[in-house]
Ligand binder design. Structure first.
Ligand SMILES: [Zn+2]
Length: 282
């Protein structure tokens, strides 16, 4: 048994495992399924999906979509927590600093003056709060930079937009990514085969974690005085699935001991593999 390095190199034979992403055909099929899904949604949703397709075609290419509802709520379930515009901006700035062009997909309900308030406090949980000037300035800057898309509450699932984004461009040499902690099982798994779903998800989803959640600046008494800390986990450099290669007279098989989607669980990068060699006679 071996443990493959982060860069995909087998310590037993020195082979580099391949990254198998969703094929061009698979991408096209997924794209068509998503467009069909949009057509069967509400009429508003359909037109808005078309708006999004046009928006992507008209704008300079985005490289990373941000599932902003997911990011804004992350780690905010504490007293004084709530939907955080600042967390989304922190992720967007990290994308820019890495040389990327972020696309913030944020449901319109979070851009209004009264923002839904999610908090550990039972009293606050179903309430709204006023968006403050600090947050409004951030949102105006996103609009000015042309990096904000705001689906309305038309019945279309807002996840649809970042799902579509992952297969919107045909340039496979310059893949795009989405930052979310959503497992995408409800969506991707329904429309893709098990293998294609895994290849799609592992190839485009970037996970993230806030070591310290950001607290709304209008609530200074709850502010945590530690500096915010964002960690992102890039997609794996290789695909965790059976791989084989041949050189001279040697066949090499790399077999993951546990499949990534087995029992519906993600498998840790450190999970072992079998490295097997077969020397042929001719
Ligand atoms: Zn090996």
């Amino acid at each position: 048994m071996v443990h493959i390095s982060d860069s995909g190199v087998c310590p037993c034979c020195g082979s580099k495992l391949a990254l198998n992403i969703l094929s061009a055909k698979g991408r096209e099929e997924f794209r068509q399924k998503l467009l069909t899904l949009a057509k069967t949604a509400s009429p508003d949703g359909r037109s808005e999906a078309q708006d999004f397709v046009s928006f992507l075609q008209d704008q300079p290419k985005f490289t990373v979509a941000i599932d902003a509802a997911n990011v804004g709520h992350n780690s905010q379930n504490f007293w004084g927590g709530g939907f955080s515009v600042e967390q989304i901006d922190m992720v967007a700035q990290a994308v820019k600093q890495a040389g990327g062009r972020p696309l913030i997909v944020l449901p319109k309900m979070y851009t209004r003056h009264l923002v839904p308030y999610n908090s550990k406090s039972q009293k606050e949980r179903s309430a709204s709060r006023e968006s403050n000037e600090f947050e409004n300035r951030i949102k105006r800057r996103w609009k000015y930079e042309g990096i904000l898309f705001t689906p309305t509450d038309s019945g279309m699932d807002d996840d649809w937009y970042w799902l579509y984004f992952t297969v919107a461009y045909d340039d496979l040499d310059n893949p795009v990514y989405v930052i979310t902690n959503d497992e995408a099982r409800d969506h991707g798994a329904r429309h893709l085969s098990k293998r294609d779903f895994y290849r799609w998800r592992e190839g485009c989803i970037i996970r993230y974690q806030f070591g310290t959640p950001l607290v709304n600046p209008s609530r200074p008494k709850h502010r945590i005085l530690r500096p915010p800390c964002l960690t992102v986990t890039a997609p794996r450099a290789y695909t965790r699935e059976f791989q084989h290669s041949k050189s001279d007279r040697t066949l090499t098989w790399h077999i993951p001991i546990v499949e990534s989607l087995e029992q519906g669980q993600d498998v840790d990068s450190g999970a072992p593999w079998l490295c097997m060699h077969l020397v042929t006679k001719s």
